[in-house]
Structure formats: structure tokens, C-alpha cells
Design a binder for this molecule. Structure first.
Ligand SMILES: Nc1ncnc2c1ncn2[C@@H]1O[C@H](COP(=O)(O)OP(=O)(O)OP(=O)(O)O)[C@@H](O)[C@H]1O
Length: 322
């Protein structure tokens, strides 16, 4: 009996490597497995281990997303010890095709295949068909990407939008800027809108109120905020959502994202009800003469865990991804 033909897709983060198989012309992820990168000397060991569990699959094609730059000849993971030459790795694994994409680019492409029930709408109308989409996500950093329709496919934009300047809009935010400027010299929005950023914001609000910080992890701040057991933690999460709304609105204006906004990353899905009740949407739309323009744009929080794997599957077939 001949083996079934599959492509291997991967999403390689600092801590974990996620793998799945996809059949030809399908976006259904089969046999998803999450392996700790630290258990393997390099990528090929992890891939071999994964494929050894699926001898029924014949794999000639692969596409993987990496949490590091992917444009050079060498992949050097930012947060783990894996490093290798791309051509050498492809030869070692014996794949006819091996595509490499950045993890947030894969996240953006993955939103094209997320099931409707994994998209939580937070205001706005219907996205305009074929118009640009914004993909933005606070996680370890603040990822910003976009999707633009071309003649053949959706082209993902690789941007550094997390590094635009933080633009405060009231006295409290101006005080936050002052405090963070003293610490970092320059304050990009990523200094606030990511896990570490949430802590930066919390510590700043503690300093403004003259209170000793009680939390040292981003998750502690959100837990205390959700339990409403700590006034400053609650204020922090509220302000986090408001600033995220303004930054997302700015990015949507710049990109002309009438097709919709997709909120990815591991942070917002952890407090989706709080997010829905927050000032996020109001701040997203609070752009003077552009209020109506933004008012029509739907915002979706993506709650799918494996968006990056779906994106790797899309990237394999997408002619705009080289
Ligand atoms: N409950 C929480 N509230 C706020 N931030 C959190 C919470 N739990 C984890 N974080 C923060 O979320 C960040 C991780 O984000 P995310 O889950 O998106 O990972 P990632 O950037 O995709 O990285 P990787 O691909 O290595 O998993 C970390 O900075 C972490 O401290």
C-alpha cells in the first residue's frame, strides 16, 4: 500500500516547537504535537522524532515559522540554542521543498484559515471584501503585520510596527511616558503592549501613586485585575487595553485596514471579557474626523491556539511568500 502524501508544518518558538501534518490542498491540521526545544540538539532531531511517530505519512514538503529573522542563509533562534544553515538542514531532512517564514508573518497568514468560532468579534461592521487587513498581537513582543490581496494570493507584510513611538494622550499617560523614558531613553509602544510591557505599565502606575509594586509577573497583574483584588493592577489592565486600542487604531489608519483587524498573540485571549468591556473599542475609534472610518472596521480576537501552524500551511502554497 502506498503511503499518504503530507506536508510538514512547524511553528518554532523560543520554548516549544509545534508540528502538524497537512494533506495536499487541505488546511486541516493533523497530528498536532508540541515538543520542548530544549530536549533536542537541533531542529532535525525534533523533526525526526516527530516523523518517527507518523510512519504512515510520506513527507517531501515542509514549511516552518521561526521566532527569529529568516532572511539570511542561517537560522539562529533568538531564545533557544538551535542554529543551522537552511540549505544544509533541507538536505539533512531530505525535503524537496522547505520554506521558512517569520512567526508573526505565519500568524498573519494563519488568520485566513481560522474557524469562525475561534474569532471573537469586538465591534464594527462587515470587513470590506478584498481590502487590506491588519494583524496585531501582544505576546512576548508586539507583532504587527498586514495582509494585502494581490492577483493570486494574500501577501503578508513584514513590519516593525511594534517599534513606533508611544504617543500619550492624557496626563496619566504623559507621566507613564516620562517614567519609561527615564528608564529606556526612547519609548516604543512595545515597551507597554507585551507581557513585559504590562509590567512596565504596572510599575509606572505604582510609581505615580507612590505605592510599592506587589507583582513581578505579567500574569499576576492580570489575575489581580480580573479578581478585582488590586486597584492598581485593575487600572493597569484597563489602561493597557485603552492604549492598545489607540495603537491599533493608528495602525489601521496607516494601513487602510478596511478589511478588518485581527488581534493575535497570547495575551488578549486570556481576558477576553475584560477586553470586551474595556475602552479598547472606544479608543480604537477615537480619531476625530476618522471616527466613522474606524467605526465600520470589525476587530476580531483570534482565540485559535495553532494560528501559526495554519499560517505555515498557507505559506507553503502562497505564491507571495518566497
Ligand atoms: N495571564 C497573562 N497575562 C498577561 N500576560 C501574560 C499572561 N500569561 C503569560 N503572559 C505573557 O505573555 C507573553 C507570551 O506571549 P505568547 O503566549 O503570545 O508567546 P509568544 O510570543 O508566541 O512566544 P512563544 O512562541 O515562544 O510561545 C509573555 O511575556 C508572558 O509573560
Amino acid at each position: 500500500m502506498s503511503k499518504a502524501q503530507y506536508a510538514l508544518v512547524g511553528d518554532i518558538g523560543g520554548t516549544n516547537a509545534r508540528f502538524a501534518l497537512v494533506a495536499r490542498d487541505s488546511f486541516e491540521l493533523e497530528h498536532i504535537q508540541v515538543l520542548p526545544c530544549n530536549d533536542y540538539a537541533n531542529l532535525d532531531e525534533a523533526v525526526r522524532d516527530y516523523l518517527a511517530h507518523h510512519p504512515e505519512a510520506e513527507v517531501h514538503e515542509a514549511c516552518m515559522a521561526f521566532a527569529c529573522p529568516v532572511h539570511g542563509d542561517t537560522i539562529k533562534m533568538t531564545n533557544n540554542h538551535w542554529t543551522f544553515n537552511k540549505a544544509d538542514m533541507q538536505a539533512r531532512l531530505g525535503f524537496d521543498t522547505f520554506k521558512y517564514v517569520n512567526d508573526f508573518t505565519a500568524m498573519a497568514l494563519g488568520t485566513l484559515h481560522v474557524a469562525d468560532e475561534r474569532l471573537q468579534k469586538v465591534g464594527g461592521g462587515e470587513g470590506k471584501d478584498g481590502a487590506a487587513r491588519l494583524v496585531i498581537g501582544p505576546g512576548t513582543g508586539l507583532g504587527v503585520s498586514g495582509l494585502v490581496r494581490t492577483m493570486t494570493d494574500w501577501a503578508p507584510l513584514s513590519t516593525e510596527g511594534g517599534h513606533v513611538d508611544f504617543a500619550p494622550t492624557d496626563e496619566v499617560e504623559i507621566s507613564v511616558l516620562r517614567i519609561l523614558k527615564e528608564r529606556f531613553g526612547r519609548v516604543s509602544v512595545e515597551r507597554i503592549l507585551c507581557g513585559e510591557g504590562l509590567l512596565n505599565l504596572y510599575r509606572s502606575l505604582c510609581e505615580i501613586d507612590g505605592v510599592e509594586p506587589a507583582h513581578t509577573q505579567p500574569s499576576q497583574v492580570t489575575e489581580a485585575a480580573l479578581a478585582n483584588s488590586d486597584v492598581i493592577a485593575h487600572k493597569t489592565l484597563k489602561l493597557f487595553c485603552a492604549i492598545f486600542g489607540r495603537v491599533t487604531g493608528n495602525a489601521a489608519l496607516t494601513l487602510g485596514a478596511l478589511g478588518g483587524v485581527y488581534v493575535c498573540g497570547g495575551i488578549i485571549p486570556r481576558f477576553i471579557e475584560f477586553f470586551r468591556d474595556s475602552d479598547f473599542r472606544q479608543c480604537f475609534e477615537d480619531k476625530g474626523r476618522m471616527r466613522d472610518y474606524l467605526g465600520g472596521i470589525p476587530v476580531y480576537v483570534v482565540t485559535e491556539t495553532y494560528t501559526g501552524l495554519l499560517g505555515a500551511a498557507e505559506a507553503l502554497k502562497n505564491q507571495e511568500v518566497h
